[in-house]
Design a protein around this ligand. Structure first.
Ligand code: FAD
Ligand code: MG
Ligand code: MG
Ligand code: MG
Ligand code: MG
Length: 554
């Protein structure tokens, strides 16, 4: 890249006639961040930007608080209340960061550069493309919708990924009500126009359904009393239950509440095709096909891979994957200086059985060819940091300590005086890798990964000087073997269900449902806002809705 080379030359040239020559001052490493969503902004907020030359590239110059997007669809919260301008985030922290409003369409790992296309215009030659080179690249591009190539979905369904989507949905809902109010519309047609179908019973689909239902019964029926009786909401879910990533009690509570509200929940149905007037669904158990007339359909079934990520995966030998595979330190496998966080990535956890001989050797300090319980206990902490599946396995088997686990390999339990050889050690650990967990595609994960990665970047110099880190089992850590691997901390999840009720799943198998949980939801979501400005806006939107109802003008 011309620009990159020029910038490099400039920054390394000593100032003429002033002070000591600067060639001793190392050039700041260039960090390029792709994406300003949960992962990207969390990384930027925690990064010590004075250490790096930071450039941020994203077609959206704002961060969107996605958990409140369903509320925007019905005007419970205004769109502007959930977005925070990216430039304002840097300004506040006095950070010297460059932002380019552009889309990255190619990552060139060999050349260590990204190719971008301006979202706002071109130069005088009509060229909107440019190239930015990096030393470290942080890929936080998120995911896109996945239609599973179902015909008609792209053309006829709404999606709920972006702020614009939520605004379009809001307008469409009101369009349906106006259309059904016209004088020359038959009852049958009214029923069709006012049939709202939500495809996908995951958290987003369920939350949107709840919002829509509240909007209908609390606001719209009052202003459209004549057509109230024709309104219907249906959820189509291919699995056995809605909210199937939640605790069963929550799924059951949600299904019962929806039934009471008159929302039709059709589980075990798959959408085959969407046309202008009908959705063709298939009953998965009987195989029968049904035509469902509808007025408006929202597709929220599954997340897909962005083309730029697919292209990059092909370059780095990760073809046919859904997301970029990283190591436990979030570095993309087989790349130099490329990291990936959030929905576009997935961590491939190293299996303990791949390193079992190394671990045995490290533990066997006296080279006796056998391990005592003490020798094993001494490295247990390191093992648990490097291979979180060990702890999960012991927990799932109700084992209290490492002695139980090792005894399971020896076959008897003279625990304290136990001595194991490599075969017995392998036997004890051979089922542990079945507990490897993947992290979900959520804001919580993306934010924690962004924070973690920035922390590693902030300490990178320090760690180069002190390469012997806390971990003695280096495994495949590469340049990062002295950092602790990323560990996801699940803080629980909420499912707002409408009618001032919510369900929550909190750490320690704690499940809570009902009205008080909704208040917990309000307070958690207010506190999670990225700035006081959006916090005030969101809370005042909620208050306004309590007092005056939602705004039903377009
Ligand atoms: P994103 O936040 O999607 O960010 C991707 C960024 O990349 C965006 O800034 C985008 O503009 C940018 N970008 C896209 N393409 C390009 C390109 N070619 N070049 C440059 N930049 C590009 N999670 C929860 O934990 N709790 C919830 O309650 C919750 N509710 C949700 C509700 C809805 C309606 C939705 C859609 C999602 C919800 N999620 C929730 C999931 C959560 O939003 C995602 O997991 C999270 O956004 C992932 O963060 P990310 O940084 O990977 O991607
Ligand atoms: Mg992001
Ligand atoms: Mg986001
Ligand atoms: Mg992920
Ligand atoms: Mg020994």
């Amino acid at each position: 890249s011309g620009g990159g080379i020029v910038a490099y030359a400039d920054s390394s040239r000593p100032e003429e006639g002033s002070g000591p020559p600067q060639q001793d001052v190392p050039r700041k490493k260039k960090v390029v961040v792709l994406g300003t969503g949960w992962g990207g902004t969390s990384f930027l907020k925690n990064l010590d930007c004075s250490r790096y030359d930071v450039k941020v590239i994203s077609p959206r110059n704002y961060f969107a608080f996605t958990p409140l997007l369903p509320s925007v669809t019905c005007g419970t919260v205004e769109a502007r209340s959930i977005v925070e301008p990216i430039r304002r985030m840097f300004e506040k922290k006095n950070k010297d960061v460059a932002y380019y409003e552009a889309e990255c369409f190619k990552i060139d790992a060999a050349k260590k550069a990204v190719h971008c296309r301006s979202a706002v215009g071109t130069n005088l030659d009509g060229n909107g493309d440019f190239e930015v080179d990096y030393d470290y690249l942080v890929v936080a591009l998120g995911a896109t919708v996945n239609t599973f190539n179902t015909p008609g979905v792209m053309e006829h369904c709404h999606f709920l990924k972006e702020v614009e989507d939520a605004q379009k949905i809001r307008k469409s809902v009101l369009d349906c009500f106006e259309k059904a109010s016209l004088p020359n519309i038959s009852e049958e047609e009214k029923r069709k126009i006012l049939h709202f179908v939500v495809i996908g019973g995951g958290p987003t689909g369920v939350e949107f359904t709840a919002e829509l239902h509240d909007f209908l019964v609390e606001d719209l029926v009052k202003i459209y009393p004549a057509i109230q009786e024709f309104v219907k909401i249906t959820i189509i879910q291919s699995g056995e239950h809605i909210l199937n990533t939640f605790d069963e009690r929550i799924a059951a509570f949600a299904e019962t509440k929806f039934q009471r509200d008159g929302i039709e929940v059709n589980t075990g149905f798959r959408v085959l095709k969407v046309s202008d007037d009908f959705i063709t669904v298939k009953n998965k158990s009987t195989g029968g096909e049904i035509l469902v007339p509808y007025g408006m359909a929202i597709w929220s079934a599954g997340i897909g891979t962005r083309p730029v990520i697919t292209d990059f995966m092909n370059q780095v030998g990760q073809a046919k994957r859904r997301a970029l595979a990283t190591n436990e330190w979030l570095r993309v496998r087989e790349t130099d200086g490329v990291y990936a966080i959030g929905d576009c990535s997935s961590i491939s956890q190293r299996k303990i059985m791949e390193d079992i001989s190394t671990i045995f050797k490290v533990a066997d300090k006296d080279n006796s060819g056998t391990l005592t319980l003490k020798e094993i206990s001494d490295i247990l902490e390191d093992i648990c940091i490097r291979y979180p599946q060990v702890e999960l396995y012991m927990k799932s088997m109700h084992m209290l300590d490492i002695a139980d686990l090792i005894a399971s390999g020896v076959g008897d339990s003279h625990k304290e005086s136990m001595v194991v050889d490599i075969e017995e050690f392998k036997n004890a650990l051979c089922h542990v890798d079945s507990q490897v967990k993947t992290v979900p595609a959520t804001a919580q994960v993306a934010a924690q990964q962004g924070y973690y990665l920035a922390d590693c970047f902030n300490k990178m110099d320090h760690c180069k000087e002190h390469p012997e880190g806390p971990l003695r089992l280096s495994g495949s850590g590469g340049d990062h073997h002295n950092f602790r691997p990323f560990r996801y901390k699940h803080l629980g999840q909420f499912a707002p269900l409408g009618g001032e009720q919510a369900a929550a799943e909190l750490p320690g198998d704690w499940v809570s449902m009902g009205h008080s949980t909704q208040w917990l939801w309000y307070s958690v979501y207010a506190s999670k806002q990225v700035s006081w400005r959006t916090r005030v806006l969101v809370v005042s939107d909620w208050t306004r809705r309590f007092i005056f109802g939602r705004d039903s003008s377009r």
